[in-house]
Ligand binder design. Structure first.
Ligand code: GTP
Length: 241
């Protein structure tokens, strides 16, 4: 199978790590993700990863309960480091070479984020994880994913979710909801479809970075998205194709 992409950024949700559990990190999900990621890495794809922290802490939720928003956001950034370390460990147990870079300095745990170094790691065949978001409050991990993807010149952002793609209405409420195979970014905006927050989406738009939304919890899906032309997920494009 010919690879469509040379370098990708995979965005994973922290909440997906919950699996069937009420809190924390489900070992089975971690194992599934590590296998899926290793499979595309073994195909020669340069893989970078941003993972959220919502299974541990969400700044926005803390704020609704009276917590200082900035304090909550920093706690959320630390939560992404915990998830990144868990996924790093799972991937390394499968023999992958990985490097974790943090947007907030914590040298005892991870390398600081340095763009040129990240690119070098990728060129040397290491899976690179970006933790601690952008290092700034008020930015989501989707925005961190868009920013890093653009900085290190990824060909695509793969947004791994628990749904099969972008639908014209909520598939959980409407059984006739239709999944888009491809949709333009302008259509996403016009229809106010929920793909990423506006900051993240705008970064992709300005740089014409394609986004693919797909179900990460279906085994082999990631490989199909990256290495095949099978109709998996929804591809957001910036020009009419
Ligand atoms: P190259 O020199 O390009 O081959 O990269 P390298 O990552 O193998 O070399 P380096 O000597 O920078 O790193 C060796 C190991 O130390 C790797 O596992 C890095 O992830 C880790 N490492 C490097 N810098 C830091 C840091 O600031 N903090 C932590 N915790 N680990 C680091």
């Amino acid at each position: 199978m010919a690879n469509q992409y040379k370098r990708i950024l995979l965005k994973l949700s922290g909440e997906a790590l919950l699996g069937e559990q009420g809190h924390g990190i489900d070992g089975d999900i971690l194992n599934l993700y590590a296998n899926e990621i290793k499979a595309i890495h073994d195909e020669g794809i340069e893989v970078s990863i941003v993972i959220g922290g919502g299974n541990i802490f969400r700044g926005v939720k803390g704020a609704t309960e009276g917590m200082d928003r900035v304090q909550g956001d920093y706690m959320g950034m630390l939560a992404t480091m915990i998830n990144s370390m868990a996924l790093q460990d799972a991937m390394e147990r499968k023999g992958a070479q990985t490097r974790l870079m943090s947007a907030i300095r914590m040298e005892e745990i991870a390398e600081p984020y340095i763009r040129r170094k990240a690119v070098r790691h990728l060129e040397k065949g290491r899976i690179v994880m970006f933790g601690a978001g952008t290092g700034n409050p008020y930015f989501t991990t989707d925005t961190a994913a868009s920013l890093r993807a653009i900085e290190i010149e990824c060909d695509v952002i793969l947004k791994g979710t628990r749904v099969d793609g972008i639908y014209d209405s909520d598939p959980e409420k409407n059984p006739d909801a239709k999944r888009y195979s491809t949709i333009t970014g302008d259509e996403v905006l016009d229809k106010r479809l929920d793909v990423m927050d506006l900051t993240a989406f705008t970064l992709c738009r300005e740089n014409k970075t394609p986004i693919i939304v797909f179900n990460m919890n279906v085994p082999q899906n990631l490989k199909k998205v990256v290495c095949s032309t099978e109709d998996v997920g929804t591809r957001v494009v910036w020009d009419e194709e």
